[in-house]
Ligand binder design. Structure first.
Ligand SMILES: C[S@@+](CC[C@H](N)C(=O)[O-])C[C@H]1O[C@@H](n2cnc3c(N)ncnc32)[C@H](O)[C@@H]1O
Length: 275
């Protein structure tokens, strides 16, 4: 049973059933939408091919790791997450899988063995103090180990026709993350932010576009956008006309000439001092 004394901050909060349900759905949708593109990245990555021990930091409900294991079943997987509720889901849902799930805070995590690869997917943006995060990653990696960060490429987001309210909501959320010094603010320039930190170097950066043509009603794309709105609203981190934004997307999504695109980036990094 996971430890409920560890608290997760605001947007990632999962103490209510409604929040757990939204996150559980959202994490699954984001895996379904992005994984085919990410697989392309993994399949052409020699570090990944050789790696045998993988740590997924902030593994959420475990769905991502369970899908990765489907495709690469020659590796040992460990997933950690700070949320007691999401850790419980991962622990109970994938008992038949050979994956070690644990509830743990990455920053205090002290496993017995080190890893060949650490994956941080859609978590770096929510954390702050990037150098501290890299120091901790370094301490958990084998010599020659690699860190793979997967995050949105914010410049790759396109909605046609434009959805001004939705875009404005994303901007407002971005401002909140900057004020609270979340790493999301450095996503557009993550390579520059890494250069020169503690001997880390980028060994591969791949930008991917995930597209969807309309009409977008009844698609995972629309469902994902609505869940983003629900989660931001429930977290109360910003004030915004959320209902009107949902209405805008609802109307927009029915138009057959809509196009939507999400950008994602995978960044593979190595600490030169540990090679
Ligand atoms: C947006 S979710 C991404 C989940 C998963 N990586 C995926 O892509 O499906 C971010 C996750 O990071 C977890 N998290 C945040 N801070 C953490 C920390 N310090 N240690 C471990 N997990 C953390 C949250 O509980 C949440 O489940």
């Amino acid at each position: 049973m996971a430890n409920r004394d560890i608290k997760v901050e605001n947007i990632l909060g999962t103490s209510s059933k409604a929040a757990v349900s939204s996150w559980d759905k959202l994490l699954e949708i984001q895996v379904e939408l992005f994984l085919p593109f990410e697989l392309n990245f993994f399949l052409s990555n020699t570090g990944w091919e050789k790696a045998t021990s993988i740590l997924d930091v902030g593994c959420g409900n475990g769905y991502y790791l369970s899908r990765l294991q489907n495709f690469f079943n020659d590796k040992h997987y460990t997933g950690i997450d700070i949320s007691p509720e999401l850790s419980d889901i991962a622990l109970t849902r994938y008992t038949n899988k050979d994956i070690l799930f644990e509830q743990a805070d990455f920053l205090n995590y002290r496993p017995e063995n080190k890893f060949d690869i650490i994956i941080m997917r859609l978590i770096v943006q929510h954390m702050s103090d990037f150098p501290q995060l890299l120091r901790q990653a370094s301490s958990l990696l084998n010599a020659n180990g690699r860190l793979i960060i997967i995050e949105p490429d914010l410049d790759g987001f396109i909605n046609i026709p434009a959805t001004p309210m939705f875009s404005s909501l994303l901007r407002e959320y971005g401002i909140f993350t900057e004020k609270t010094q979340r790493n999301r603010a450095i996503l557009s320039n993550i390579n520059q932010s890494i250069e020169g930190i503690l001997d880390w170097e980028i060994t591969n950066q791949t930008i991917m576009a995930v597209p969807q043509t309309g009409p977008l009603n009844n698609t995972k794309f629309l469902e994902m956008y609505i869940l983003w709105i629900d989660i931001i609203e429930r977290s109360s981190v910003i004030r915004f006309p959320f209902s009107k934004t949902r209405q805008e997307l609802d109307k927009w999504s029915k138009n057959a000439s809509t196009y939507s695109q999400i950008g994602i980036q995978a960044i593979e990094m190595q600490n030169r001092a540990r090679i």
